[in-house]
Write a protein that binds this ligand. Structure first.
Ligand code: PPS
Length: 346
């Protein structure tokens, strides 16, 4: 294991004796299927991993297969987020920043984003790559390879841990995170003929820690602790601060991944062009968003479903003050002493 790594699990977390990929998937599927699970929440049951976090079955299995088989490189960059905390946006910013030379953001008419959504440009390990009984061949991808995951810090693939690759994390106010998930989940539920969930019902489970890749607070604190221990390896952004000054975050992102903007690029407005290209208002109007689809192991998602309002504080339109106060109180108690301030506080 690299001496510079803060990630501490040098070998796969679960014993593996499978000979084929199918056997590996079956072994993990059987194992997860025997673990405690919730009622369909928000649209599939969530299983509780033995490290204490929740996920629906197939992404959980995919995360375990990735843990066993992903061959990481030090040059890899992994976006890590809770679902609905700004994943689509940070994927777009990272892709546009890393590939700005071959795909200039100011030539927006020719940019890959016109035909591919951010989730097709930067794939999730457990929702897109380690799925369908196969172990993908990622060896031929050029450096730097960009991946994404929703798993908690403690369940990042062991090889990523050992490689010392870079991790870009984005956290979001739990109330906005929850409302964004509530809306997304109800769209899936409608498609499956399920009744919509009320915000109160999903908030109750959220407070108990039952949410995709939750508990929310464990997820955020896990990556926050890693960032504090090794800021050059784990970058920590907040959605709310990105909204306030996206350009500053793009500069920090570029420096973090070792591709800082040159003086000529700064003068040429490259940073602003990336911010504009990846902005909510621009991306929501792209054909790839309006008519594109992304295959996820939990189902096919319309690319438009990753864009709703893209605002800070929309929770106030859906959550009662009592529920909001309950979530804030948990956040304050859980973040206390960590050095991480709850969103919305100075
Ligand atoms: S997912 O399914 O986990 O990938 O979803 P994720 O992208 O994390 O979260 C979706 C929310 O992010 C908003 N969004 C954006 N905000 C700002 N800028 C851009 N470019 C952007 N793209 C997506 C999206 O609207 C969801 O938030 P809500 O509050 O539901 O609008």
């Amino acid at each position: 294991m690299s001496s510079s790594s803060v990630l501490t699990s040098p070998s796969p977390s679960h014993e593996v004796d499978a000979e084929t990929d199918e056997e590996l998937y079956k072994q993990f599927t059987d194992s997860v299927s025997s673990w405690p699970s919730s009622e369909p929440m928000p649209f599939l049951p969530l299983y509780r991993h033995d490290k204490g976090w929740y996920s629906s079955l197939m992404p959980m299995v995919g995360a375990m297969v990735a843990d066993a088989r992903f061959a990481a490189r030090p040059s890899d960059i992994i976006v890590a987020t809770l679902p609905k905390s700004g994943t689509t946006w940070i994927k777009a910013l990272l892709y546009a920043t890393v590939h700005r030379r071959e795909h200039p953001a100011d030539a927006a008419a020719d940019h890959p984003f016109n035909s591919l959504g951010p989730h097709e440009c930067v794939n999730f390990l457990e929702y897109q790559l380690y799925t369908n009984n196969r172990v993908p061949d990622l060896g031929r991808l050029p450096d730097p390879r960009l991946f994404a995951t929703h798993v908690p810090f403690t369940s990042l693939p062991s090889a990523a841990a050992a490689s010392g690759c870079k991790v870009v994390y984005v956290c979001r106010d739990p109330k906005d995170n929850l409302i964004s998930m509530w809306d997304f989940a109800n769209k899936f539920r409608a498609r499956e003929g399920q009744e919509p969930m009320s915000p109160e019902a999903i908030a109750e489970l959220f407070c108990l820690g039952v949410s995709p890749s939750g508990p929310y607070w464990d997820h955020v604190l896990g990556y926050w602790g890693a960032h504090v221990a090794r800021p050059e390896q784990v970058l920590f952004f907040r959605y709310e601060e990105m909204k306030l000054d996206a350009a500053a975050h793009v500069r920090r992102l570029a420096e973090f991944v070792g591709l800082p903007f040159s003086a000529e690029e700064e003068e040429g407005g490259v940073v602003d062009a990336i911010v504009r290209l990846c902005s909510f208002d621009h991306m929501i109007g792209l054909e790839a968003t309006k008519s594109g689809k992304t295959e996820l192991v939990v189902g096919t998602a319309a690319n438009s479903s990753f864009f709703r309002r893209g605002q800070v504080g929309d929770w106030a339109n859906h959550l009662s003050p009592e529920i909001a106060q309950r979530i804030d109180a948990i956040t304050e108690a859980r973040f206390n002493g960590s050095g991480l301030r709850p969103s919305g506080t100075k």
